[in-house]
Design a protein around this ligand. Sequence first.
Ligand code: FE
Length: 371
Amino acid sequence: MSLNLVRTSLSSTKRALPVAIFGLMLGLAGCDNASTTDTEVDTEVASTEQSTANAIAANDEQVVTIYSSRNEQLIKPLLDRYTEQTGVRVELVTDKTGPLLARLQAEGSNTPADMLLTVDAGNLWQAAEQGLLQPVASDILETNVPAKYRDPQGNWTGLSLRARTIFYDPSKVDPNQLSTYADLADPKWKGKLCLRTSKKVYNQSLVASMMEHLGAERTEEIIRGWVDNLATDVFSDDTSMLEAIAAGQCEVGIANSYYYGRLLEEQPDFPVQIFWANQDTTGTHVNISGAGVIAGSDNPDGALKLMEWLSSDEAQGIYASADKEFPVKEGVDESEMLRAWGPFKQDDISVQKFGELQTKAIQMMDKAGYK
Ligand code: FE
């Protein structure tokens, strides 16, 4: 009994501190570049504070606390299902990736968080680089998630896939004119190309993959070509970029597949087509959403069990179809819409490269004038 009391009191102290620190950090939350139409959340201060308060009241062993940059409405049904099956309660603290990493940094071993759930291998790599995640070994994850979508050191794993590929206006572009990301730098696309800002990690990862495949010099040439071909200023998000193609502002662009999927769901006759890039060369650029166990977690086993469950057939079916993403586990059915887009060759690159080359990619895009 006395042991229990000591434990409770320590636990309360540990959980009270982050609330105070987070209070100081609220001002940072608005500085992220992510847009409101992203899969990443906008600032949700109220729900975050409430979630933290709930986490404080909870029993460590029966609760897994997730710091998540993914939309609550997207991820909640999945977590509710996990609770139903296991009795383990899941606390969700939602914010953008940047503020979540800063918060983990400030909280250190006092963090109430057990798991980080976010998008893009570049973000997960950053979290690992900052020492915020701990390596795990799991036969289940190794079986369910192909090696190229996991950190070789075990700090994070992919849980769903998204293709970043070419979209076009079929009233102006014959798909036979399209081939690779690099070809969008050709002068034939002058004044016809739309792009999202280079500040977004998705483009940093795409350019990192091009640097890996084509070398720095050739990639810089391509980026300069893209900039020369722009029809208009860069967009803050993929959805606006796709809508610009639909509105006739440009003829081609690059976006993540699920944004297109969502637009198609709202408007089945949305006048933009998808094209699988680089099918005769390296394959289409594929990135992950994923998770890792927090270094300062009180409940790393609980976090790992949840991650393993998220890679299971059942979770992959829900997880991937809910947001028009592709399952990371092979053999799990895609949604009907995704099947309609047809099979495609994926880039074989290990996604950890996106993190390794991120700084170089950012510097190069800056140098080449890609805003
Ligand atoms: Fe997104």
